[in-house]
Design a protein around this ligand. Sequence first.
Ligand SMILES: [Zn+2]
Length: 152
Amino acid sequence: MSVMRKAGLSAIVGMLLMTSGSIAGIEAGASAKDVEVQGKVICIDEARDEIPCSGESTRFGFSALGGKRYFFMPDDVRAEMFRDHRVRERELVVKGRIRPQNQLEIIKVWSVKNGQRFDIHYFCAVCNIKTHVGGPCWCCQQDFELREDPID
Ligand SMILES: [Zn+2]
């Protein structure tokens, strides 16, 4: 992915974040196919077989408690944070919408520690930007900080 395209996507994600609360609320009421699953991210190949994760991993699935597996859509910008090994190593709760072939379109991701949920995201304190896509801040070019804020 080019730097320009990444910057564009990040801007879109930033805009989505500002309205995500209300959108998620509306969508949750409109569909019975939204689920919340707890587990860990796995790395998969094109055939959806689990493979060891590396810095090059771009395809991801989810191994939920109880053994059920989901697969994230390759073009889901919210799955980009799973490229970060720190995120993959967390126990996560993913709220998403079930799509054909056991795909899960992400609505929201939380990390979980000791039963407490955390809003996991990237943040630039200089620019006061919150996003779900890591890498250099598109505003000041400094690396985003991975943050986990406890939620009530
Ligand atoms: Zn910045």
